[in-house]
Design a protein around this ligand. Structure first.
Ligand code: NDP
Length: 329
C-alpha cells in the first residue's frame, strides 16, 4: 500500500511537530514543506525533504494527498484555509473558537468546488476536547460541562504581557484551581465563576530601569486577559526565562457531571484529561491522525469542510477494522 504523502504549510512549532509525527507513522511520508520564507532560511529534520516557496504549492497538487496547515489562527489560516482548500485535502488547527463557524463556511465553499476533504479546527481544544464534550453530552443529557485548561502556556496571554510598556519578555501560565477541579470531580455540580476556575501566573523580564510596580498593575488590570482572574506576576532575569520557561507544556480536563435514573439520583462523572510536555508536538500528532482520515474520506467522495464530529473514528487509525475489532473492542 502506498504511503500517504503529506505536505506541511508553515514551519513553526506545529509544523516542526508534524514533521516529527510523520516519522512515528509508517503509513505516512513527508512530501514537502511550504513556507513564505526563503527556502534556505531554515533546515528540516528530514534528510532529503524539500522546502518550497508557498506560492509554488499549486504545482504540487498531484504529489500531495493531504496538506497540513500549520499557520497561526489569527491571520495565517483565515487566508490560507480557503486558498488551500481549493487545491488540496487539508487539515488545520484553527482555534479562534468564536470565528470557527465563519471559517467553516469559507473553507466549505472552496472545498465544494474543488471536491476536496478539509477537516478544520483539529487539535486538542478545539479537537479532542470538543469530541469528548459532544460524546459526554449525548450520553448524559442531564448534566453540566466543565473544561479546565492548564497548567500550561497561553500564547495569547504571553503575547499580551510582552506588549506592556517596560516588558522585555514574558510568559504566562494558565493554572486550574485544584479546589474547583475537585468539586467537579466529586459530583457537586458547582456554579463556578471565571475567577474560581483558573489562576494566571506571569513570569516577566523587565527592561533596565523599568517601573516594576507599574508593569505589575498594568498586567493585573488588563481587561479581557487578566482583570477577571487572580493573577500573580514574578520578575525574573532573561537567563531564568530561557532556562526554566522555554518549553511549551499544556493540558487540561473536560468533565461531564450528569445524573441518571428515574429520580436523577445517581451521579455519573465523565473525566478526560491531558498532560502535555509539548502542546505543539501533541497537536501535530492529532493533525497527522486526522490527515489519514481526510484522505480516506476523500477516496469515498465525502468532500467539503468537516470537523472532528464528522470523522468516523476508525478512519484515524492505521490499523484495519478487523484488527481494531479483535484487539480494542
Ligand atoms: P508559530 O508562530 O510557531 O508558527 C506560525 C507560522 O509562523 C508558521 O507556520 C510559519 O509560517 C511562521 N513562522 C514560524 N517561525 C517563524 C520565524 N522564526 N520567523 C518567521 N516566521 C515564522 O505558531 P505555532 O506553530 O505554535 O501554532 C500555530 C497555530 O496552531 C496557533 O496559531 C494555534 O492557533 C494553533 N494551535 C491549535 C491547537 C488546538 O488544540 N487546536 C493547539 C496549539 C496550537 P512560514 O513558514 O510560512 O513562515
Amino acid at each position: 500500500m502506498s504511503k500517504i504523502r503529506i505536505g506541511i504549510a508553515g514551519y513553526g512549532n506545529v509544523g516542526r511537530g508534524v514533521e516529527a509525527a510523520i516519522k512515528q507513522n509508517p503509513d505516512t511520508e513527508l512530501a514537502a514543506v511550504f513556507t513564505r520564507r526563503a527556502a534556505d532560511s531554515f533546515s528540516l529534520n528530514t534528510p532529503g525533504a524539500k522546502v518550497v516557496n508557498i506560492s509554488m504549492a499549486k504545482d504540487y497538487a498531484n504529489d500531495i494527498d493531504v496538506m497540513i496547515l500549520c499557520g497561526g489562527s489569527a491571520t495565517d489560516l483565515p487566508e490560507q484555509g480557503p486558498e488551500f482548500a481549493s487545491m488540496f485535502n487539508i487539515v488545520d488547527s484553527f482555534d479562534t473558537h468564536a470565528k470557527i463557524p465563519e471559517y467553516f463556511e469559507k473553507v466549505n465553499k472552496a472545498a465544494a468546488i474543488s471536491k476536496k476533504t478539509c477537516i478544520i479546527s483539529v487539535g486538542w481544544d478545539p479537537g479532542l476536547f470538543s469530541m469528548i464534550r459532544m460524546l459526554s453530552g449525548a450520553i448524559l443529557p442531564v448534566g453540566n460541562d466543565y473544561t479546565f485548561w492548564g497548567r500550561g502556556v497561553s500564547q495569547g496571554h504571553s503575547d499580551a504581557i510582552r506588549r506592556v510598556a517596560g516588558v522585555k519578555n514574558g510568559i504566562q501560565y494558565t493554572i486550574p484551581i485544584d479546589k474547583a477541579v475537585e468539586s467537579v470531580r466529586n459530583g457537586s455540580n458547582p456554579e463556578l465563576t471565571t475567577r474560581q476556575k483558573h489562576l494566571r501566573e506571569c513570569f516577566v523580564v523587565a527592561e533596565e530601569g523599568a517601573n516594576k510596580a507599574g508593569i505589575e498593575a498594568d498586567i493585573k488590570n488588563m481587561p479581557n486577559y487578566f482583570s477577571d482572574y487572580e493573577t500573580t506576576v514574578h520578575f525574573i532575569t532573561g537567563e531564568e526565562l530561557k532556562k526554566n520557561h522555554s518549553k511549551m507544556p499544556h493540558g487540561g480536563f473536560v468533565f461531564r457531571s450528569g445524573k441518571t435514573g428515574n429520580d436523577d439520583s445517581n451521579n455519573q462523572i465523565i473525566e478526560f484529561s491531558l498532560k502535555l510536555d509539548s502542546n505543539p508536538e501533541f497537536t501535530a500528532n492529532v493533525l497527522v491522525a486526522f490527515a489519514r482520515a481526510a484522505v480516506r474520506m476523500n477516496r469515498e467522495a465525502n468532500t467539503g469542510a468537516k470537523t472532528v464530529f464528522d470523522v468516523p473514528l476508525s478512519y484515524l487509525s492505521p490499523v484495519s477494522n478487523l484488527e481494531l475489532i479483535k484487539k480494542l473492542l
